[in-house]
Design a protein around this ligand. Structure first.
Ligand code: ADP
Ligand code: MG
Length: 237
């Protein structure tokens, strides 16, 4: 069986510069796949390409073996691909609940949007803050709202772009447990994150991107000891 999400030899250029240069990656259902690398490595661009916001110059994106490279973002979302944004894309004057509700109403569960929203609020521990406008929230909580907007779509593949940035230690610990429980339910989670202890704790497999290329890939224990990775990334921090 093919992996749920398969990215083959993706190339994306901005002007003459290649932000992604032949990137391949697989994300399996029931696993947390990490994607790490220094700023500018191409991580967010890869998410843009997978979610349909950017067409690659060459290469293919497959979901369940089906080639979706030419499909738009809405279609891909209906097929079960959801993402969060590194730069939060919340409606600041709407409440936490309404931010989720709007996303739920656009998703495959739109007929039970309110129920789905309440279930996700509860799961994220946001029920108590549901009526607060999101522009008044601390970043750690706003990140959770962004994740909630993706979760109400009940995704099969969940792409998370630096979801723990701004979370404190306790929030990150809860978040790690959430990621493991999503994977246990069969979701393919792809995690872009700079918090290495989080990445190493929750990921089944980690890809390392540097200057638009995958320079290493393997289980966390192996990645932590990889010389190329230490040089490209871990040594830098
Ligand atoms: P990361 O998420 O790993 O920090 P990005 O995917 O945001 O990296 O960026 C990869 C490279 O592509 C960087 O050199 C960045 O400057 C460039 N880039 C990203 N988006 C654009 C854009 N819209 N126009 C031009 N260059 C871009
Ligand atoms: Mg980024």
């Amino acid at each position: 069986m093919p992996p749920l999400l398969q990215v083959d030899e993706i190339t994306v250029a901005f002007g003459g510069r290649r932000a992604l240069d032949g990137v391949s990656l697989a994300a399996e259902a029931g696993r947390v796949t990490g994607l790490i690398g220094p700023n500018g490595a191409g991580k967010s661009t890869l998410f843009d390409t997978v979610s349909g916001l950017r067409r690659p110059g060459t290469g293919r994106v497959r979901l369940d073996g089906r080639d979706i490279t030419r499909e738009g973002p809405a279609r891909r979302a209906r097929r079960g691909l959801s993402r969060t944004f590194q730069h939060l894309e919340l409606f600041g004057r709407l409440s936490v609940r309404d931010n989720l509700l709007v996303a739920a109403e656009l998703g495959p569960c739109h007929r039970r949007a309110a129920r789905t929203t309440d279930a996700v609020l509860d799961r994220l521990g946001l029920t108590g803050t549901a009526e607060a406008p999101t522009d008044a929230l601390p970043t750690g909580i706003a990140r959770l709202v962004e994740v909630g907007r993706a979760l109400v779509q009940e995704p099969r593949v969940l792409l998370l772009d630096e979801p723990a940035a701004g979370q404190d230690a306790e929030e990150t610990e809860h978040f790690a447990a959430l990621l493991r429980s999503l994977a246990a339910e069969g979701t393919a989670v792809v995690l872009v994150e700079h918090d290495m202890s989080l990445v190493m704790a929750v990921c089944d497999e980690v890809y390392v991107l540097d200057l638009g290329r995958v320079v290493a890939c393997g289980p966390p224990s192996q990645i932590q000891q990889d010389e190329t990775v230490l040089a490209a990334y871990l040594g830098e921090t």
